[in-house]
Structure formats: C-alpha cells, structure tokens
Design a protein around this ligand. Structure first.
Ligand code: TYD
Ligand code: MG
Length: 456
C-alpha cells in the first residue's frame, strides 16, 4: 500500500469514524478512544439485495461433509519441547505468537529453533531489535549451525513483504511485532494500530503463501495495550513464556492452539549456552531436602498431556495482624481461603490467628483443583511443625462439604509418582487404581478427616 492510503480515526468504544483525531468521540462521548486505522475500501452496494449481493460469487455455501480436510503437515522443529507445545510440530502456514517479558528468552529460543530448521528448509529471521552482528554473535556463542540461516534487519512491513515475496522462506520469524511499522499509518511503532495492522498484513502473507510464521510480542508494562493480547485472535497459536527472573527454568505454555491441545507445557532451562530442553521436568521441580522439613508436600499435577511432580510449600505462622495474611504464589489465593475454611469446618483445625503463606517451588503455576489436597496437607504439616513423611505424593480436589473428589487421569499420575521413587500416595477414593502399582502404597480417602488421619 502506498503512503497515500487513507487513514481514519475510529472510536474503540462505539466504532464511529472521524477523519481527524479528537480527544473525545463525537458520537458516544468517550474520551481518548480514537485510534488511527486504515480506512477499509467500501464496496459499491447493490441496493436490490439489501446491499450484500456484491460479493455473492466470491464465496459459496457448502455442506460440511463435502469439505475434504487435508492432513495438517507438521514439521518437527528439532526442539522436542517446542514441538510439544505446538501440538506435535510446526504446522505449515500457521501463525504462532510468542509472548513474554523482555529478556525471558524469546529471541534465544527462536534463533535456536530456526537454526535447526534452516538445515532442512529455507528459514529467515527478521529482527527489528538487534543488529545482525548481535544475532550472529549470539548464534556463534550458542554453537548453532548458521550456514543456511538467513537474516534481515528491517522494521518496515512493506519492505519486509517485498523482500520475502521474492525470497519465499518457508519459515519466518519476526522479532518483534512491536518494532514493526507500516507506512500506511502515521502512529508510532508499537501503538495498537501499528501492531494490529502490521500483524494483519504478515498473517495474510503467511496464509496466502503457506509460510510458517513466528511473531514475537513483548508483554508491555501497560498489560494488554499494544502487547500480544491485541493479536491473540488473529493468530493460530499463542505461546507464553513464563519463569521467575531468579530461576533458570523457563516454561512455554500454549494459551490458544488451533492445531493442538492448550495448556501444554514446554520446559527449558536457560544456561550459558542458550536454552536447554528439560525432558524430565518432574526431576527439577522437586527440591531435594537433606532432611525432611515441615510444610512441604509433593503434588502430582498434570500440564497438558504430561504428569508433573511439584513441591507445594506452606508456612503457617502466628499473625500479629487482626486480618491474618493469606498469600499464595503459583496457586489461587481464593482457593486457599476456601480450603482453610473447609479445614476448619470439616477437619476441626483452625488457623484464623495465623498467617498462611503458600508457594509452588520452581515458579510453576498450578491452576487445577488437584492441588487442594497437597495444599491442605502442607498447611497442616507446617501448623503442627511435623514433616510430611518422605516418599509421599498426593493429589485430589477438596469439596466444600469436606469430601475428597477425584481428578482426571489418576492412574497416570500414580505411575509418574512411582517412577520417581515415591512409595506412598494419598489419593481420592475414586482415583484408587484397580490393580496395585509396584512399589507404591496407595491410601484412598473420601473425606478430609481420613486424609488428615492418613498423614499420621
Ligand atoms: P533473549 O532471548 O534476548 O530475551 P527476549 O528476546 O525474550 O527479550 O534472552 C536474553 C536473556 O537470556 C539475557 O538476559 C541473557 C540470557 N541468556 C543466557 O543466560 N544464556 C544465553 O546463552 C543467552 C543467549 C541468553
Ligand atoms: Mg529479543
């Protein structure tokens, strides 16, 4: 599109358009809601058919059964953990958005993946953030095969599109979408309008040519605004990088995936030679205590299709406050309050004069209710200052009536616990295995009282 492409200012609240920017929308009266957008060319309406006949021959209505679905072609990236979150490999023509805090490892991951892919197909890395020298330096330091990896430093979408239309890479990385700008808009790179329009053009190119596209998006301080969130609906797959700044572990989580399961998790460790895959994550999230400590309990959770052992830690301490603190890291705070109430009402254990702190070791975030029972046991263990016996793993949902409810895939979780040398498991009655599992004593409980008793 040329520079003379028409732009208008559209209200984000009511959609009204105005040729000039104003602080207030003239239609709905909202303040600061006008955003620059590219004016859509209006088709000449045919008034005979309510104005919609114009494009009638462009699309046809079909029976779903007549549509022959082609098998999605998947390319293994060479990084199994990345393939796992993508749903089993990179789909040709798919658009993947990778979001995360600055400095968490997005560029590192993509350079590594692209270098591995470049061996098998034409791959292009477009950077708007780092210079070619910086990227080359990093790739060399990581010991990556760089002979066939191609590089472009450019931020103008029109120029990028012109170049890739000639070069036709099969895999393309754009790092990052916030640095790109299109000449058809006057707003600064990184603004909502620029991010959205630049991404829309690149997505269109990827779909038309069957190029697999990775878009990198920083999560901005302002949160949703101009960050990856405005793009989530445009792309096929959304991956988010998680991890604590102090910890070397980086989790890549699928938030949306049109070609696979969501909540799949890829685990990496940031080392001085780049991101290393962690194929056995249970082993790293379990901190090995020299001696048994009070307030620690092992949870068998599930992330996507894989069971994962993590350590839940609780600290219960006399509170000087009228409203004792309830702090949960990696778990839901409301759920903790609820569990403490259930523990009081159905287990007869009160903590209303105690601060309760809860943490999942290793910066993992657990969102499933299977964490209820381990949380309860960890809190109890800290309150009584009595360690949970070593070699005990547990999972289970706690209901408001004090019942222990089953969770999905109990058998698989128990096998994972046994694989890591756990000898005892406290689980919901309905999750008790039909056949005994070698080396694992399973204690099935159906009420919160039984679980407390089982702890001894
Ligand atoms: P980077 O991939 O540049 O982050 P992003 O693109 O998400 O902003 O990662 C940068 C961080 O990773 C930086 O703080 C240094 C660290 N790092 C290592 O620890 N080891 C390495 O081999 C590399 C390449 C980076
Ligand atoms: Mg980067």
């Amino acid at each position: 599109m040329s520079k003379s492409a028409k732009t208008v200012y559209a209200c984000t609240e009511c959609g009204a358009q105005s040729p000039k920017w104003a602080g207030q929308c003239g239609d709905c009266g909202a303040w600061n809601s006008l955003q620059e957008t590219v004016a859509a060319p209006t088709a000449k309406a045919d008034s005979r058919f309510g104005g919609y006949a114009g494009g009638a021959d462009a699309a046809v209505i079909r029976n779903l059964s007549d549509v022959v679905a082609q098998d999605t072609q998947r390319i293994p990236t060479g990084l199994d953990e990345l393939d796992r979150v993508l749903g089993g490999g990179l789909v040709t023509g798919s658009v993947v958005l990778i979001g995360g805090d600055p400095g968490i490892g997005k560029s590192t991951l993509l350079v590594q993946a692209l270098a591995l892919l470049s061996d098998r197909m034409s791959a292009l890395y477009v950077s708007g953030e780092e210079s070619a020298e910086q990227i080359s330096l990093r790739a060399h330091r990581l010991g990556l095969p760089t002979q066939r990896l191609r590089l472009l430093t450019e931020t103008c979408v029109e120029r990028i599109l012109a170049l890739i239309a000639r070069d036709r890479p099969r895999v393309l990385v754009l790092d990052s979408i916030q640095t790109l700008y299109t000449e058809s808009l006057q707003s600064a790179p990184g603004s909502v309008a620029q991010v959205r329009e630049s991404a829309a053009r690149l997505v269109r190119f990827a779909k038309q040519t069957g190029t697999s596209l990775f878009l990198v998006g920083h999560v901005t301080k302002e949160g949703a605004l101009a960050g990856p969130r405005v793009l989530e609906h445009m792309v096929d797959t959304v991956l988010y990088f998680e991890g604590e700044s102090g910890s070397p572990f980086r989790l890549v989580r699928a938030i949306k995936n049109r070609f696979g399961a969501v909540n799949e998790l890829g685990v990496f460790a940031m080392t001085d030679t780049g991101l290393r895959q962690v194929s056995n994550p249970s082993a790293i999230f379990l901190s090995r205590h020299e001696q048994e400590v009070a307030g620690s309990c092992i949870l068998v959770t599930r992330e996507g299709t894989r069971p994962l052992l993590v350590e839940v830690q609780a600290l219960v301490d006399q509170s000087p406050l009228a409203n004792p603190r309830r702090v949960a890291l990696g778990l839901e705070q409301n759920r903790l309050s609820m569990l403490l109430a259930v523990m009081h009402r159905h287990g007869g254990i009160a903590v209303f004069d105690q601060d309760v702190f809860l943490n999942v070791v290793g910066g993992v975030r657990v969102t499933e209710p299977a964490a209820d029972l381990p949380v309860l046991l960890a809190v109890l263990s800290s309150l009584r200052d009595r360690p949970v016996p070593g070699g005990l793993a547990t999972f289970g949902e706690v209901g408001l009536a004090g019942e222990i409810r089953p969770v999905p895939n109990g058998q698989e979780r128990l096998l994972e616990a046994a694989k890591h040398g756990f000898r005892r498991a406290i689980v919901p009655r309905a999750n008790a295995p039909k056949k005994p599992i070698a080396g694992l004593e399973v204690v099935a409980v159906s009420r919160i009282g039984e679980a407390i008793d089982a702890l001894g």
